[in-house]
Design a protein around this ligand. Sequence first.
Ligand SMILES: [Mn+2]
Length: 495
Amino acid sequence: MVSSSPSSLSPPEVPMELHSTNRKKLLDSLRRHLTESSRPLHGFVFLQGGEEQTRYCTDHLELFRQESYFAYLFGVIEPGFYGAIDIATGNSILFAPRLPADYAVWMGEIKPVSYFQERYEVSMVYYTDEIVEVLLDQYNGSGKPLLFLLYGLNTDSNNFSKPATFEGMEKFQTDLTTLHPILTECRVFKSEMELALIQFANDISSEAHVEVMRKARVGMKEYQSESMFMHHTYMYGGCRHCSYTCICATGENSAVLHYGHAAAPNDRTLEDGDMALFDMGAEYHFYGSDITCSFPVNGKFTSDQSLIYNAVLEAHNAVISTMKPGVSWIDMHKLAEKIILQSLKEGGILIGDVDEMMVARLGAVFMPHGLGHFLGIDTHDPGGYPKGLERPKEPGLKSLRTIRELQEGMVITVEPGCYIIDALSVPAMDNANTSKFFNDQIIGRFKNFGGVRIESDVVVTANGSRNMTKVPREISEIEAVMAGAPWPLSKASNY
Ligand SMILES: [Mn+2]
């Protein structure tokens, strides 16, 4: 029997212990580092939370979303906060903005500091205009207290974290180099409580993807799929934010890797014979999901669509079943490439020796992006390139957001894809080194194919991995669900 509710889920309670555990992990790690480098266990980790932004010169406030490192340590949803962790005592201190009386008229009740102390389960809460006084008072060492500030490179965006600033900073010493790599490394390994939130974001997003798949019809607009996804995850999951802008690409648009942006706003009409590539993930209490489903909008795969789809699915499944601690992510990327090239050869699109294709980096013509990235509070969670790891230079591999060995507790996306992108395939077909691999007669048939991506969120376990994403993947499952079968498929189903 199909349940009458469109969702089997409801938003879970979030224990603030999640953030105190994150703080404890940072404290242990930082203390270990200081001890090893013979430095005193004094001073404060000191972070500035995010600030509310207005739209250009107007008074329109953009919906605030906390800065990710601050969210990790404190879980605070409000703008304008600072936070400190006392390295000597382990005490956590939040500093709340002192709001004008007018706030109560326009924005709601002005909460006392006791409210924040109770809600966020920190040791103390003061106002931001008390930072200097409180930190000097709490400090037990000699000389100016040392503040460990957050400053370092995000290797995905190439932007730097902005270290905290406040009036009276000259009364403190600052350290700009120690905190960032240590805190970033903490974020790479997820606790059970963090995994539970990523799992919920995956569950509600998986359900929404199935809903979107079922309701896809020729003649609809791409943005109607985006709208249904956002409605489902917000209505039944309480997810006010998505992890990233929805990519709802159909037909040729599915070869545009970051389709869906303001200049390509998911506004094409779904046509009979199109493939859809829908990359959408909801965020719940800061923690995200990142899921891509590819399917034919009319509900039935053609043989050409099956060829490309199964090539990508085989790569996706092989990677997940090979993943375990100690496995290199570059090797997983190459495994996916090799399986895709092999399938394209079996399908007659490519000709020749697959190992030679690998040497020629032909895989990057069909999959120019990396196989996957860390996922957590950020869609592209930091920590992919800690000090000492160099980004590869070769086509395809240079797009990898990490080249690390897998370790237990990492959450990483597995997102192989196969796209016919003219800007890559035309030069490769003209190039003297790679032209011999193409079967010109067959590849013409795929000129307007677009692409397929299959993306799941996977956690590395002690001796393997677990796929947190639960959507139809096999062609038979997709066709059944689109024809109205329940999901998960019941064994008794006749579809
Ligand atoms: Mn992704």
